[in-house]
Ligand binder design. Structure first.
Ligand SMILES: C[S@@+](CC[C@H](N)C(=O)[O-])C[C@H]1O[C@@H](n2cnc3c(N)ncnc32)[C@H](O)[C@@H]1O
Length: 235
């Protein structure tokens, strides 16, 4: 019997198709098990750093009888992978800065998969910024509802500037997602309005919240097709 994936991991799964795929920080291994069972990947590598989650992943794979398709390795991030070993990698359920560190250390070892699917538990801006300098373009962005609203992003290796950002206010696009801004869903609008409500009382001039608030207003302005207010004149 297969436990259903929650909306967050279901969204991640929908963005992955590959012959071979590695899931980093798998814990319960629900995602790689579903990827194999539903035919989204042919075979997979599961990487876990910590002993408890490593054991969870080993047991889940053994119980599912999928040890011939899913190999579990202990290690830090992309370290247990050889360069070019897998064309596709996912990281889910960690902070964006932790994920960025994993990707940076991997790139330094020439582990640069063709496709990356990431679902940070917080603001995805550090991952979008990393991708802009690391030779990846955004190919898909989704928001998944759950305990929080989770961003889910698919990057692919590509040359040159990422056209996803063309014509958008840069800070707002990196913070909220260029493809999400273009889509302009009700969920994104709720998220931006929630930021405006949270940041407005904190945004005294010169404080970091003032910059974040200006970014949220720029996003709202773009969503509503109007010019953003000048922060110097906003009350
Ligand atoms: C909150 S769990 C997320 C589990 C699953 N990916 C999900 O989204 O439901 C984060 C997992 O990442 C693992 N982890 C954290 N840092 C890691 C690293 N540098 N390399 C591999 N695994 C890591 C932790 O041990 C933990 O099992």
């Amino acid at each position: 019997m297969t436990a259903p994936l929650d909306a967050r991991l279901e969204t991640v799964l929908s963005l992955i198709r590959a012959g071979a795929h590695a899931d980093i920080g798998s814990d319960h291994a629900a995602l790689p098990l579903a990827l194999v069972r539903r035919g989204h990947i042919g075979r997979g590598v599961i990487v876990e750093l910590n002993p408890g989650p490593l054991e969870n992943a080993r047991q889940a794979v053994a119980c599912a009888g999928l040890g011939d398709r899913l190999e579990v390795r202990q290690g830090d991030g992309l370290d247990p992978l050889a360069p070019d070993e897998v064309p596709s990698v996912s990281l889910t359920g960690m902070g964006a800065l932790t994920m960025r560190g994993i990707l940076e250390r991997g790139a330094a070892r020439q582990v640069r998969p063709d496709a990356l699917v990431v679902q940070p538990n917080d603001n995805a801006a550090p991952l979008r910024e990393w991708a802009l300098g690391a030779g990846y373009h955004l190919r898909a962005e989704r928001l998944a509802s759950g305990y929080w609203t989770y961003p889910v992003l698919r990057f692919e290796r590509a040359e040159g500037p990422d056209p996803a950002y063309d014509g958008l206010p840069g800070d707002a696009a990196r913070r909220y997602g260029p493809l999400l801004l273009r889509e302009g869903s009700a969920l994104l609008r709720q998220q931006v309005w929630a930021d405006v409500t949270r940041l407005t009382p904190l945004a005294a001039p010169g404080r970091p919240a003032a910059l974040e608030l200006a970014t949220a207003h720029a996003a709202l302005a773009w969503l509503e097709g109007r010019t953003p207010p000048d922060p110097a004149t906003r009350g």
